[in-house]
Design a protein around this ligand. Sequence first.
Ligand code: PEP
Length: 243
Amino acid sequence: MKNKTLIFNWKMNPLTAEEAVDLASASDYKNVVIAPPFIFLNEIGKLFKNAKLGAQDLYWEEKGAFTGEVSAKQLAEAGVSYAIIGHSERRHKMGETDGMTAKKVLAAIKNNLTAVLCIGETEQERAEGKTNQILERQLVNGLSLAKAEGILNDSNLLIAYEPVWAIGTGKAQTAEGAMETSAFIKSLLKKEIDMDIRVLYGGSVTSQNLGEFLGYNEISGALVGGASLKKDEVKKMAEIIEK
Ligand code: PEP
């Protein structure tokens, strides 16, 4: 499958540098982005021949008194080229707001990182028929600052559609449902910034269902959590995008 991107979000895994190096070596494929915990970025970055380095988050200020944070500029200096922004775990467990995602998207792009803005509805929002409204709010607000500066383009921005109820649950969205929502997001992007931006799907993707999602033109790749920690799954998923 040509031009499909896989972003592997390792979250707070694995425990040791040794395990991280081992998993990264087994994941070094073209069109794959690996987002390890910050602590492993340097070591893993050195071994990649094909894969690209991603960050799971960033802070919008360049440097200074921001204990515990890592800036977009520091990430760029460390060889990172993609930054996940607004992941549902950050929104729902760490209180990240749309306003914060907007500052992060702006900082990422200003530092030559590709911003991967994650948007998605909760189970309750979906049950209440609010999915499209939530996606539009997260998208429009998250892009607002970068749009105002006129710096967005079709290579420095990716959107990851990640229904919250599908993340880490083993209950993936259907491929058709993900395609329809991706088409809706692409139409919002067209209206908002007049660009054809690539949309990825994320939420319980495995080697078993990846091919179905990627079969649709509207879905340009996948953001993968749990399955990206298993070497046999990584190999099978890489084979699917290499075909
Ligand atoms: C994620 O971390 O964004 C994700 C989609 O996780 P999982 O693949 O485990 O559902």
